[in-house]
Design a protein around this ligand. Sequence first.
Ligand code: B12
Ligand code: SF4
Ligand code: SF4
Length: 255
Amino acid sequence: MEEQIRNYILELGVDDAGFACAEDYKSPKSYEISRLLPDAKSIIVMAFKPLSSCESPSMSAAQNGYLDLGAFARSASYRIARFLENKYNAKVATIPVSYPFELHNDRRAIADFSLRHAAVAAGLGAFGRHNLVIHPRFGTRVIFTSIITNLALEPSPQTSQDFCIHCNLCVENCPVRALNEEGKTDVMKCFGHSQPYGLTGDIAFQLQLLGSSAEEQKKLLMDEQYARLRQAAHLGNQYMCFNCLKICPVGLSPE
Ligand code: B12
Ligand code: SF4
Ligand code: SF4
């Protein structure tokens, strides 16, 4: 069954896949896996290689490559989940590239499920200095989705290898120094820089609007900042920084 599932996934064009036992998934802050699927036994993790457009000096080109990946990953996950349901009568819960996840006042930026910890559990890599998972072949250039299922699948072997070569390039090239402390990303610093048109930017704009005169409000609504916030709200997550993802040299030389 594992081989059939893996072949189905790779034939769709997904770059790699691994299986983890639900018990081996340990994320310190995310929810218990049973909250997502009460009878969870295994996790299937899919790995997608982002396009080289993440290197583009144009943030809209870089962002679009990411949106392309997101659309493909969503469609691939759905097809794989349907395959599991139809062929094996499985129960499934699909985990997206980023949103949606439950939003609560005390845990706004913590997802229900940690794709990084799932990827490590499924043998798809190990954490690097930038707190991202480095894949044995694709290096840091890898984005994940998962399917939690009640099927009992043989787990893929985990790796104990350190793929990070400790060059410190990710730390030095973070424009807001969000990676200075080892083992911890300064989430607010990264958020502010990598998603300037996200929720925080929106709230700041709304507050400015509320405190302005009618004339100033008109000006604010005609400003490019408002257009950017609207675009981001329409398209979803708009990342404006790819530095730690694109700078990491691991896996960049041809195989
Ligand atoms: C919200 C979010 C963000 C928030 C951060 C929120 C947060 N709490 O960390 C912000 C906007 C800052 C962010 C930034 C980025 N993100 Co982001 N993000 C997410 C998202 C949607 C949820 C993260 C989350 O809450 N996880 C739950 C928490 C509990 O677990 P965790 O963050 O995975 O794990 C952390 C802790 O558990 C702790 N930890 C615990 N044990 C251990 C052990 C070791 C050895 C280490 C080092 C750390 C560690 O450190 C971990 C890393 O900070 C995930 C997708 C997902 N569902 O997982 C993507 C995700 C983590 N992001 C990703 C990426 C690529 C980015 C960015 C490069 C932006 C971009 N352009 O894409 C930057 C990188 C920042 C960095 N270097 O850390 C990828 C990572 C892929 C990879 N190769 O690892 C993910 C997995 C999306 C995906 N589908 O692939 N992100
Ligand atoms: S995405 Fe940009 S701001 Fe965030 S940690 Fe990476 S380099 Fe720093
Ligand atoms: S850029 Fe260098 S230090 Fe940072 S994760 Fe990659 S190999 Fe490790």
